[in-house]
Design a protein around this ligand. Structure first.
Ligand SMILES: [Zn+2]
Length: 273
């Protein structure tokens, strides 16, 4: 049997056994180094999407993953936060590896919440043909849940950017307006609603920029930019405790590298937004 790399997750951390170098965070731990795995580890293997380019599709691969619970994690193994791995990969050749890890993390959490049929309550089993779980009784198929959310950079006529402080953020940290898409909304509708709900202002000229898988636990972040169209800043005081337009030269603390929020704020700083 060939020696295969594996990823071992504990919630949003990767677990690295002793003696395995930092480089393994991306490359995966060799299977023999990952032994003995904790007894309660949930094993799954997930197909990865091959790289696509003008020459065609790359090699098809699968990734072997184990999810362990906090109690069962060996004390000697290192915990590496997945978010720090993503931040390290930004703009490097490890970008594809980081995307693969995001997929594994997403599927791992979905597996935890899809053990039973949401319709009749019977146990689900793993589909043999696709990444899905199937009910043994009623046949209901469940795919990994993906929750779309928008994140928006609003700028005004003075070239300032709207940033807000969420009560869940660390003190002094400000970011772009973000929120989940509601049933029946287009993503542009969500942008308009979220900016109004969080900051009390209206926007126009909404344009899509880029997107990022954000499996903490199951989001897809769609990044937009928009122009201020009117209204006075009023925070809801519950979720958002402060919001303001900031000048490029005078920004507060902003999110770390690796997030789409930082990527879009960087576009603003460089004048490319
Ligand atoms: Zn069922």
């Amino acid at each position: 049997m060939r020696n295969q790399n594996v990823y071992i997750f504990l919630k949003y951390d990767l677990l690295i056994p002793p003696g395995v170098e930092d480089s393994a965070v991306f490359a995966g731990v060799p299977e023999k180094e990952a032994r003995p795995l904790p007894e309660d580890a949930d094993f799954f293997e997930t197909p990865l999407f091959p790289p696509l380019n003008a020459e065609g599709a790359g090699e098809k691969k699968t990734m072997r993953c184990y999810l362990v619970s906090g109690d069962a994690a060996p004390a000697s193994w290192r915990r590496v936060p997945l978010r720090s791995v993503i931040a390290k990969a930004e703009g490097t050749a490890d970008g594809k590896n980081a995307a693969d890890l995001l997929r594994a993390c997403h599927i791992m959490h979905w597996r935890k919440v899809s053990r039973f049929c949401g319709s009749c309550g019977a146990p689900n089993f793993d589909s043999a043909i696709e990444t899905a779980r199937v009910c043994a009784v009623c046949g209901r198929i469940e795919y990994p849940r993906i929750c779309p959310a928008v994140i928006t950079a609003v700028t005004n006529a003075n070239g300032e950017i709207l940033l807000s402080h969420n009560k869940e953020f660390p003190d002094g940290l400000y970011s772009l307006t973000a929120g989940f898409n509601e049933a029946g909304e287009s993503l542009e509708d969500t942008v308009r609603r979220e900016v109004y709900e969080e900051a009390g202002v209206f926007v126009k000229n909404i344009q899509y920029i880029t997107s990022q898988s954000w499996p903490f636990p199951s989001s897809l972040m769609a990044g937009f930019k928009a122009e201020y169209a009117g209204g006075k800043i009023v925070c809801d005081g519950i979720e958002i405790t402060d919001a303001a337009f900031f000048k490029k030269e005078n920004l507060p603390n902003i999110p770390a590298a690796g997030s789409i929020a930082r990527h879009i704020i960087n576009l603003y700083i460089s004048g490319a937004l």
